[in-house]
Design a protein around this ligand. Sequence first.
Ligand code: NAP
Ligand code: GLV
Length: 306
Amino acid sequence: MSFLIITSHKDSKPWVEALKEKAPDLDLEVYPEVRDPKKVEFALSWKHPHGAFRDYPNLKVIASMGAGIDHIIGDKEIPQHIRITRLVDEQLTKDMSVFVLSLVLEHLRNLAEHHCSKEWNPTSYLRPEEVQVGIMGMGVLGVGVAEKLIQNKFNVTGWSRTNKEILGVTKYHGDDQLQDFLKDSRVLVNLLPLTSETRNILNKHLFEKLPKGAYVINVARGEHLVEDDLLEMINNGHLSGAALDVFRKEPLPEGHPFWNNKKIRISPHIASTTNIESVTPQILKNFRLMQEGKNLENEVDRKKEY
Ligand code: NAP
Ligand code: GLV
C-alpha cells in the first residue's frame, strides 16, 4: 500500500520532506515517476492532470493539498467510490481572516486611491461600526473571517446553504434569502466552495442587488465570477471596485483588463496558503484511518460537491 503525491502546479519536494520527516517508513511515490501504480491507495493532490488517476486501479482516497476540492471533482473520470478529503487547518483560517480584514480596511480608508492619485487629497472614510460586511459561505473560513471582522467592530451578515446560528452574525440561507442578505452588504466577501450551484454566482443580477457603491472581495475561486459583469458594474458606477485573489485563468494572463483597472485590486491567489508543516499530521492521520478501515476526517460529501 503506497502513498502518492501528484500535482502539476506545486513543487512536490517540500511535501516529500515533510512526510518523510514525520513518517520515515511511508512508501512514497511521486508523480509521474511511479514505480508500482497498483500499490497506490492514497493520493495527495493539487491540480493533478485530468485523467491521471485512471492509472491507479486500487486508489481509495484522494486528499486535497488545500481547503478546496474543485480541482479534484472537476476531473469527471474519478470514480464515485473514491473518497475525497480536504484541509481544515487553524493556520489557513487565521491567514484568510487577516487577509480579508486587511482588504476591507484598505478599501474603507481609500488607500489604493490615495496611492494612485499622486495628489494630496484627504478624504473622509467610514468606520467599521458604519459598515455591513456580507460573507457568502459560512463554513470554516467564512466563520473565521466573520469572527475577525466582529472583533474589529464590523457589522457582519452571512449567507449559507443551510440554516445555522453563528454568534454575532445575522444569518441568511438559501436562494430565498439571498436578496435580503445582499441589499445592505456594503462589502461582499465570497468564500463559497466552487460547485455546480455556485459557479458564476457573482454575476450582474447579483451585483444589482447590492447597494450602490458596494465593494466585492473574491477570495474563493475565479469561476465564481463573471468577469465581464464585474467590469460592467464597476464602469457604470454601481460597484466601487473589487479585490480579487482568484481568477478563471491563473496566472492572470498578461493584457487581461483587470490588470489596468485602478478599481480592481489583484493578488496572486495568496489569501491563505497551505502551511505544509501544520497540515502534514492530519494527512498522515487520514492515511492511517484509511488503512484501518475507519471514517476519515474532513471527508467531502461528493453529492454536495464540498
Ligand atoms: P466549507 O467549510 O466547506 O464552507 C462552505 C460554505 O459554503 C458553507 O457555509 C456552505 O453552506 C456554503 N455553501 C455551499 N454551497 C452553497 C450554496 N449553493 N448556497 C449557499 N451557501 C453554500 O469551505 P471553507 O473551508 O470555508 O472554504 C471555502 C472556499 O475557500 C474553498 O472551497 C476554496 O475554494 C476557497 N479558498 C481559497 C483560498 C485562497 O487562498 N484564495 C484558500 C483556501 C480556500 P452550509 O454551511 O449550509 O453547508
Ligand atoms: C486554496 O485555494 C485552497 O483551496 O486551499
